[in-house]
Design a protein around this ligand. Structure first.
Ligand code: SF4
Ligand code: SF4
Length: 297
């Protein structure tokens, strides 16, 4: 059985990516299962999605602890122990990194499986004009790495999944373009296909006692220590010289990440600004620009 773990942030589209590869493998003649896991966090929080692919009936259920393929949508998650993105990497065959600089990332982290990378964010920005949803590129990367999905399966699967989301036809075409470019840019991992011939096994999923299954808060007042600035794909930049100090950005920031200095000018706390761009959309002077983030971590 092929087991794929997708790790990303809320809004990246890892759930849709897991569905795209699942549907593509189904169209290629395999049995498939996909599902996401996310809690009650907001956009930008760590989320995961999973896909199982097999030539036999799939009786396994629940979280995948021993992935064959790990798809990582955001390299900043490597610095978030709670996200556990490298969990199970010892037995994985390949790790896909969405990054513009795989060598920089590799120099800071120890990866056991083969690492394959592609700048999905850059391509998505270039084609769609925004990089908030990476599902096309991530789904294409996973599909290619399985070695069992052909490009026509991928395109048909992506068209079906995006149609269900009700997106406009021109946006759909752009996502298909992203799928094709990523698919053609990556290698297959041929050894993975051998693992499809294993027999199915039943894995019982037991419920935890309520005392263990509910979150516990051990310390209060420590939210400041969580640097949600690493969630950012784009950074808001204020042109102070053109600012009228109206304070609109300060008022609307949902994270309280904008303070006013002693002269009344807004100052962004980049440790906690998560890049939602609400401040940019309300600024009456249109003097808040956005730049692709490369330094948040
Ligand atoms: S982008 Fe603007 S509104 Fe959003 S969190 Fe950052 S400073 Fe606040
Ligand atoms: S909304 Fe724009 S003009 Fe108003 S304080 Fe913020 S940056 Fe300055």
């Amino acid at each position: 059985m092929l087991r794929i773990c997708f790790h990303g942030r809320g809004g990246h589209g890892v759930k849709t990516a897991s569905r795209i590869v699942s549907t593509a493998a189904f169209l290629a003649g395999f049995q498939c299962q996909d599902f996401p896991i996310y809690g009650a966090e907001r956009r930008g929080a760590a989320v995961a999605a999973f896909t199982r692919i097999s030539s036999d009936p799939i009786l396994e259920r629940g979280f995948i602890a021993d992935p064959s393929i790990i798809i990582l949508a955001d390299e900043t998650l490597l610095d978030d122990p709670a996200a556990g993105v490298l969990s199970g990497q010892e037995n994985a065959s390949v790790l896909f990194l969405n990054t513009a600089s795989a060598s920089v990332v590799s120099s800071h982290h120890r990866f056991l499986p083969q690492v394959v990378s592609f700048d999905v964010t850059g391509l998505t920005l270039q084609v769609l004009g925004k990089a908030s949803a990476l599902s096309a590129g991530l789904g294409a990367a996973a599909s290619r790495l399985t070695g069992i999905v052909k490009e026509e399966h991928l395109v048909q699967a992506a068209a079906e999944e995006f149609s269900h989301l009700g997106i406009a036809s021109d946006v759909l075409e752009k996502n298909i373009q992203i799928c094709r470019e990523v698919f053609r840019s990556l290698p297959e991992v041929p050894t993975l296909t051998k693992s499809l011939q294993t027999s199915a096994k039943v894995v019982p999923v037991t419920g935890e006692d309520v005392n263990r299954a509910t979150p516990s808060v051990f310390n209060t007042g420590n939210a400041d220590l969580r640097h949600t600035g690493s969630w950012r794909v784009e950074r808001p930049v204020i042109d102070r010289n053109a600012c009228t100090r109206c304070g609109m950005c300060f008022v609307v920031c949902p994270d309280g990440s904008i303070a006013l200095d002693e002269h009344g000018y807004p100052v962004i706390d980049y440790d906690h600004c998560k890049g939602c761009m609400i401040c940019r959309s309300v600024c009456p002077r249109h003097i808040i620009t956005k730049e692709r983030e490369t330094l948040a971590w």
